[in-house]
Design a protein around this ligand. Structure first.
Ligand SMILES: [Zn+2]
Length: 270
């Protein structure tokens, strides 16, 4: 069986005009979603949202700039570890964490799950692993959020079974079948970050989901093909790839209306 539950660990704020050109500069809330996936291989997380470690890791310059640019709001009881405990899940019960990319709002809780192995694109990890100081900051990466033994525990997606995607997933044509059962398929969504991982999942009822991480921030962006404000390009690893990826998701949305497409910062109810 495969079941998915969406949860949220904190949020940050950004001016609305950054994501919807032409709108106001008032602040807009961006929840940091993560997902709990119950799979025959065990309990799996897709990202973790923020954790309180974000505050510790951004106390000093230059990291402090990160907290100024994206003010973060997180109550202790909102962190992934706390919310999972409320569901009766202990940290050691999480077997895998699929990492979409290495921004702080996606990897904030990695250190909280001592038995988890990590699944990500090697290209995504290589792009950040040696970054320090300002170059880390520019990549939205806080090295202090990474478990020290990460390299012993990581499974790179590129080593799993590469498959051709079904026709209803056009224009995406290939992915990686993470556990060989066709239920969890990693698809590369480059642009926002190098080697960003999207997850195509089929649950027990046959409902299909595509978790697209930060390929766009709002559901409206892929539905209506709205590119963010030019100034947001500064945040992206590759602005051209960002636009190509968003355009492909928009085409997929139009070809496949039953698919639930979930950006990481949309409202859970969207
Ligand atoms: Zn991001």
């Amino acid at each position: 069986m495969v079941e998915i539950t969406f949860l949220k660990a904190g949020y940050c704020t950004h001016p609305e005009a950054m994501v919807l050109p032409g709108s106001s500069w008032k602040s807009m809330v961006f929840p940091a979603l993560f997902a709990l996936i119950d799979h025959p291989m065990g309990l799996i997380l897709f990202d973790t949202g923020y954790s309180e470690r974000f505050y510790q890791e951004t106390q000093h310059l230059p990291q402090k700039l990160y907290a100024w640019l994206t003010p973060v709001y997180l109550e202790p009881q909102e962190s992934a570890i706390y919310q999972l405990k409320l569901l009766g899940i202990q940290p050691k019960d999480i077997k895998y964490i699929i990492i979409s990319h290495f921004h702080a709002d996606h990897i904030g809780g990695l250190k909280d799950f001592p038995k988890a192995e990590f699944i990500c694109f090697q290209s995504g990890y290589n792009a950040i692993k040696n970054k320090q100081g300002l170059s880390a900051l520019k990549a939205g990466f806080l090295a202090g959020l990474m478990p020290e033994n990460f390299e012993d525990l990581v499974i790179f997606v590129e080593n799993s079974n590469k498959i051709k995607l079904p026709n209803n997933f056009a224009p995406f044509d290939q992915g990686f079948d993470l556990f060989g059962d066709g239920r969890l398929i990693a698809i590369e969504l480059p642009g926002h970050a190098v080697g960003q991982l999207g997850l195509y999942l089929t649950d027990n009822s046959g409902q299909q989901y595509f978790l697209i991480a930060d390929a766009c921030w709002l559901s409206r962006a892929y539905q209506e093909l709205i590119y963010p404000q030019r100034i947001a390009d500064l945040l992206f690893a590759d602005k051209r790839a960002y636009r190509q990826t968003l355009k492909k998701i928009n085409q997929l949305y139009r070809n496949n209306p039953d698919l639930k497409i979930v950006p990481s910062h949309s409202s859970i109810k969207d």
